[in-house]
Design a protein around this ligand. Structure first.
Ligand SMILES: C[S@@+](CC[C@H](N)C(=O)[O-])C[C@H]1O[C@@H](n2cnc3c(N)ncnc32)[C@H](O)[C@@H]1O
Length: 343
């Protein structure tokens, strides 16, 4: 049954009603954001809605509503049909079942994350990803990640989570009030900050690693200052994002590009899911910068084997070749944070 609580899932027959949640919601956004939220998310929600059996009794209509969801099938990109409570929050998603009408494939939650990988639910087939992806699926690395592993990045020029978050927020200004996906979120270091900021209408913490997502859930559960009402945990491959084309306002990918099996497929996918004007912000380690002495470069290439460390020029080239515009970046030693926008 549909409830009036969700900006992500809303029965079509209610959209004209004065009780529309966008109109009655006690917004925590400043008026500027509320207007943005009202205009873009409402439009998206209305297009992301409903198939419904014909019934002239309104109350029965609500009970029988089958709702088209914010999440899409990773195989055909058709929006999934959700059965269960609506909303982009942990408990509603956990209690819901999702189905693709076209592929006839069902998706459900495992532990506290929704598994939207192509291999979700398979019993006999297992797939081994490249080592740089597999490494982060380990329970030990997932446990250590926020307990020392990530702090090491500072030695390569990463300014640290608080400063990186501030920089990302600056880049995300045009996407404020919209839906943000934290792709390759790891244990949710930045997803939690984005959700807490109150700047976005919803945050999806997405990763390929089951153990990172379990850690992410543990951190969310322990954090009393974090409301779980606007955050979802999703397992997915960055090269097969489970969202409809043009449905996302902001994509963040912190310290991730070098771990992806194919950065070009990933950036193409990110571009596909962004709406026009949507913003992509990523950070990674550079292979070397223009100031790296020529005799050090081959050495760095040997040390960095196993990861896809790109140069500044390669990252810009990838973004522009996927059709993103307004590219800019900030570099500090091997650290780069870059941004680009969907035209
Ligand atoms: C170094 S961690 C970054 C975590 C966090 N975003 C941060 O800024 O600290 C890289 C993450 O990329 C994820 N990853 C690797 N391959 C992936 C893929 N194919 N799809 C989605 N995430 C992937 C890993 O599971 C890991 O959590």
């Amino acid at each position: 049954m549909a409830t009036a609580a969700s900006p992500f899932l809303y029965p079509l027959h209610k959209l004209d009603s004065p009780k529309c949640p966008y109109l009655s919601l006690k917004s925590h956004f400043p008026p500027r954001l509320s207007r943005r939220f009202l205009s873009s998310s409402t439009i998206r929600a209305s297009s992301a809605v409903i198939t419904e059996s014909v019934n002239h009794d309104t109350s029965k209509k609500q009970d029988q509503a089958k709702e088209v969801d914010f999440f899409a099938c990773p195989i055909c990109y058709e929006p999934l049909i959700r059965k269960g409570p609506s909303g982009l929050n942990l408990s509603a998603i956990y209690r819901s079942g999702f189905k693709c009408k076209r592929c006839n494939k069902s998706y459900s939650s495992k532990d506290m994350y929704l598994d939207l990988t192509v291999t979700s639910g398979l019993r006999d087939y297992t797939e081994i990803q490249p080592a740089r992806t597999e490494l982060f699926r380990s329970p030990l690395v997932s446990f250590l990640y926020e307990r020392g592993w990530r702090q090491n990045f500072n030695r390569s020029g990463f300014p640290g989570p608080d400063e990186e978050f501030k920089m990302a927020q600056e880049f995300f200004k045009p996407a404020e009030g919209g839906l943000l996906v934290d792709v390759s979120c790891g244990s949710g270091l930045f997803s939690r900050k984005f959700a807490k900021s109150g700047v976005y209408s919803g945050v999806t913490a997405l990763d390929f690693s089951e153990n990172m997502l379990r850690q992410c859930y543990d951190f969310i559960k322990k954090d009393e200052t974090l409301s779980t009402s606007n955050i979802a945990l999703v397992r997915a491959d960055v090269s097969r994002l489970p969202f409809s084309s043009g449905s996302i306002d902001a994509v963040h990918a912190g310290a991730a590009l070098h771990c992806w099996p194919s950065p070009s497929n990933a950036i193409a996918e990110i571009t596909r899911v962004l709406r026009s004007g949507g913003v992509f912000v990523g950070s990674t380690f550079l292979r070397y910068t223009s100031s790296t002495p020529w005799f050090v470069r081959p050495l760095r290439e040997r040390i960095l084997q196993g990861y896809t460390y790109l140069t500044e020029e390669e990252i810009k080239d990838l973004c522009t070749s996927c059709g993103l515009t307004n590219y800019s970046c900030k570099v500090q030693q091997s650290f780069i944070m870059f941004t680009a926008q969907k035209p």
